[in-house]
Design a protein around this ligand. Structure first.
Ligand SMILES: Cc1cc2nc3c(=O)[nH]c(=O)nc-3n(C[C@H](O)[C@H](O)[C@H](O)COP(=O)(O)O)c2cc1C
Length: 126
């Protein structure tokens, strides 16, 4: 089963994940060294790179980078070309696709679409 891992600084991504309602691991600054045991999708907001140290530590831990199937990006379209740049950078760095994007905590339509994206990725594993 595809799992989710996410990171949130001001709580918008956490609210999105809670609305989606699928099992999800929250990457914590206190201890980002958590091993994912199943393939998973990473959901990350966009910030300056130096605010993403916990996510980078998480991805470097055990087989977390190899198990990553795709990245979903949260952001704010006012950032124009930098919209969801964190998700894009992680995805291209690890050779996986950006599977979804949303602003802030996502609309109801975003929640429905993302559930479908996750279900599709999961169905391809079987
Ligand atoms: C200091 C700061 C920098 C940000 N930089 C970007 C950015 O480069 N691109 C983008 O799409 N959103 C950017 N955002 C918007 C956040 O990614 C967006 O509000 C997101 O929903 C926050 O998620 P979180 O509450 O889970 O931390 C920035 C927000 C802040 C406060």
């Amino acid at each position: 089963m595809t799992r989710l891992a996410f990171y949130s600084i001001t709580g918008q991504t956490r609210r999105f994940i809670n609305k989606v309602g699928f099992p999800a691991y929250e990457i914590s600054d206190a201890d980002p060294y958590h091993a994912m045991t199943e393939p998973y999708i990473l959901v990350v907001p966009a910030y300056d790179d130096d605010m993403m140290d916990s996510v980078i530590d998480f991805l470097g831990y055990q087989n977390n980078a190899q198990k990553l199937q795709g990245v979903a990006g949260g952001g704010n379209r006012n950032f124009n070309q930098l919209y969801i740049h964190t998700a894009k950078d992680i995805a291209s760095g690890l050779g996986v696709p950006v599977v979804f994007d949303f602003e802030f905590n996502g609309t109801d339509a975003d929640v429905k679409k993302f559930r479908k994206v996750v279900a599709q990725i999961e169905s391809k594993q079987h």
